[in-house]
Design a protein around this ligand. Structure first.
Ligand code: SF4
Ligand code: SF4
Length: 381
């Protein structure tokens, strides 16, 4: 396993980090973590040299930190680095922030966090954090050793990232980085800004919530033609691992197969060649031409007050674009029940919560249009 060194980083994380937001489940309920399978995965990951584990207050419907407390803490504290995050989107006062951090330490059963982040900042939550004096308070906790490294994760435009990064002294910054968002969200500019200032980059969504593992058919075929022996996810991991300035790459792994695939990639000669970059440029264009809605199924927008199952509506639509399978579309929409997109009242409550800045009510019209268009065939099936 590779461990990269940076000035100011005291304990080096493994280049591959374990995101604890997509653990195996027992049922459809994201709170229903399969403890047995998840424990096997983290045990194996530790044996293979992965020492960085990334949780957050709201992962797995607030259950991820409890999993950490019960399972990860069975291993010696010095064997793992724990990252947790302050949910600024749920916080209105400094006292509330203090209560949440105390609760996080208790849930995780630790007395310090190796890495602590303000979670999913954008221009609105930055404003709130500044007004509440969150940074100064966290700096005091760092001086007390309750936080070892201080940073933030980010979902907004590069100019906002640049201004906020310069406002304070950060140990690291976590950004959404992958070969699609390099251009789609101009992640290139944020990455270059951070690297030029010597600020280590933690990569989130290297496989874009699984979208770059399950590519549109044309893009998948192009990768297969180039090398049929490796997975699509492996190309995505290689892309970010090849970037200097990256401290660790977070992958939210859901089964042993994904973990093993990522380990094989990260322990291989992963550096991309000029030809590989050109290939991924082609794949990016094929992806963009597919018309998929860029939802990562993170569930941050849920629950919808009108009951719409937003991520699943988008997932069904994206699958239909790939397969053209009308019977599957009909069955999957029927299974949504009252959560179908036509229940949307366009209240816009979901929009500010979406890290991908998707115009959710407008985009929901696409799956709804397809569904209505296929109503007659659905009735016949
Ligand atoms: S805009 Fe539609 S999908 Fe979004 S929260 Fe309101 S009702 Fe739900
Ligand atoms: S619409 Fe946005 S917030 Fe909702 S699941 Fe998709 S990416 Fe996440």
């Amino acid at each position: 396993m590779e461990y990269r060194s940076f000035p100011g980083i005291k304990t080096n994380p493994s280049l591959l980090g374990f995101g604890l937001m997509r653990l195996p489940l027992n049922s459809e309920d994201s709170a229903d973590i399969n403890y047995e399978q998840s424990f096997e995965m983290i045990k194996y990951a530790l044996e293979q040299g992965i020492n960085y584990y990334d949780t957050a207050y709201m992962y797995h419907s607030d259950q991820s930190e409890i999993f950490v407390g019960k399972m990860l803490t069975q291993f010696p504290r010095e064997d793992y680095l724990l990252a947790d995050k302050l949910p600024m989107f749920r916080i209105e006062t400094l006292n509330q922030a203090k209560e949440i951090l105390a609760e996080q330490l208790q849930k995780c059963r630790v007395d310090y966090f190796d890495y602590y982040l303000l979670h999913s900042l954008d221009r609105f939550t930055i404003d709130k954090a500044e007004k509440l004096g969150i940074y100064d308070w966290l700096l005091r906790l760092k001086e007390q050793g309750i936080i070892r490294h201080l940073g933030y994760s980010f979902h907004d435009t590069p100019d906002i990232l640049e201004a906020y990064t310069l406002k304070h002294d950060w140990d690291f910054v976590q950004i959404q980085l992958n070969y699609l968002d390099w251009e789609l969200q101009n992640a290139k500019r944020s990455y270059q800004f951070l690297v030029e200032r010597g600020i280590p980059v933690i990569v989130m969504e290297p496989v874009r919530g699984g979208a770059l593992a399950n590519l549109p058919e044309a893009a998948k075929a192009r990768l297969q033609e180039a090398d049929g022996t490796v997975s699509a996810a492996s190309w995505a991991i290689r892309y970010v691992a090849s970037l200097p300035g990256v401290l660790t790459i977070l992958s939210g792994m859901s089964n042993m197969e994904q973990l093993q695939d990522n380990l094989t990639t990260i322990k291989s000669d992963y550096q991309l060649t000029q030809g590989d970059y050109e290939l991924l440029d082609e794949v990016r264009q094929l992806y963009l031409a597919s018309g998929r809605i860029p939802c990562t199924e993170c569930h941050y927008c849920m629950p919808c007050p009108a009951g719409v199952n937003i991520p699943e509506s988008f997932a069904i639509y994206n699958r239909y674009l790939d397969t053209d399978d009308t019977a599957a579309l009909c069955a999957e929409y029927a299974a949504l029940g009252s959560g179908q997109p036509n229940a949307c009242t366009k209240c816009k409550a979901c929009e500010p919560k979406c890290p991908q800045k998707i115009d959710i009510p407008k985009e929901l019209e696409k799956p709804q249009h397809y569904y209505e268009f296929t109503t007659a065939p659905c009735d016949r099936i």
